[in-house]
Design a binder for this molecule. Structure first.
Ligand code: IBG
Length: 255
């Protein structure tokens, strides 16, 4: 039987302590968190944490969140040594405090077998993920840009989505005729692409009009039970970035 310090203390009064193992000095389980669930530290908004939320949700992993609302919330994490590079996102998982979005995503994707069956599948998945990351990065920064450049950048996003990124995924699906991007099995690349498609549609609702296989892909992946649940109202998926979220970020980072 494994107990934390609080439980152990209570148990000593009534039980033989030799039957218990004390494992965590901080009164935590080996996941670094009392509940055993990963704990996400970020703002209450999409930003760099949203793809991490998507990946956990797709893997069927429940997670907790701690939101930074004031500069003091970030300072506290920085001062207590929780942030390796003084930056968020940070995820407490399996006894670690992971930072750097890619490292966090790699860990989760590997742990939950969303990285392909071999090195070559993994390389393909990585390339697809980097493509969608680039597209989502452009969209992510849009609300933080001044009004006079927003329109130009929105047009660039649509152009890049429809001429650089989406044609690659459409062709991949066409060439192999399978349901998923890589290895006929759900991978991180599929989860990331669905997130990117939905973000691009928020910019231009008919952005998929020239991509019939991506339209079908969107329907299929959205219907995977874990993802379907994440897409329903009340999930931990965050809404599109709005003025309120931009204001919180500006306040915390003095920008
Ligand atoms: N390479 C890091 C990663 O991928 O995790 C970069 C992390 C990063 O830039 N984090 C920002 C931060 O903590 C918050 S996300 N900055 C503090 C500092 O001192 O550098 C910022 C962001 C938002 C929305 I919010 C869109 C894009 C970025």
């Amino acid at each position: 039987m494994i107990l934390n310090r609080t439980t152990l203390k209570a148990s000593l009064d009534t039980q033989n302590c030799k039957t218990y193992i004390f494992i965590a000095d901080r009164g935590e389980s080996d996941t670094g968190n009392m509940s055993g669930k990963p704990k996400l530290h970020y703002f209450n908004g999409r930003g760099r944490m949203e793809p991490i939320r998507w990946l956990l949700a797709a893997a069927g992993v429940e997670f907790e969140e701690s939101y930074m609302e004031e500069k003091a919330d970030l300072t506290k994490l920085q001062k207590d040594g929780s942030l390796l590079f003084q930056q968020v996102p940070m995820v407490e998982i399996d006894g670690m405090k992971l930072v750097q979005t890619r490292a966090i995503m790699n860990y989760i994707a590997t742990k939950y077998n969303l990285c392909g069956k071999d090195l070559k599948e993994r390389a393909l998945i990585d390339m697809y993920v980097e493509g969608t990351t680039d597209l989502m990065g452009m969209i992510m920064y849009l609300p933080f840009q001044p009004a006079d450049t927003k329109e130009k950048n929105l047009a660039l996003i649509i152009e890049r989505a429809t001429t650089r990124y989406f044609p690659v995924y459409e062709k991949a699906l066409k060439d192999h005729g399978q349901d998923y991007l890589v290895g006929n099995k759900l991978s991180w690349a599929d989860v990331h692409l669905l997130e990117a498609i939905l973000m691009a549609e928020e910019c231009k609702p008919d952005v998929l009009s020239a991509f019939p296989l991506l339209q079908a892909f969107k329907g299929r992946i959205s219907n995977i039970p874990t993802i379907k649940k994440f897409l329903q109202p009340g999930s931990q998926r965050k809404p599109p970035t709005d003025e309120k979220f931009v204001a919180v970020v500006r306040k915390i980072f003095n920008i």
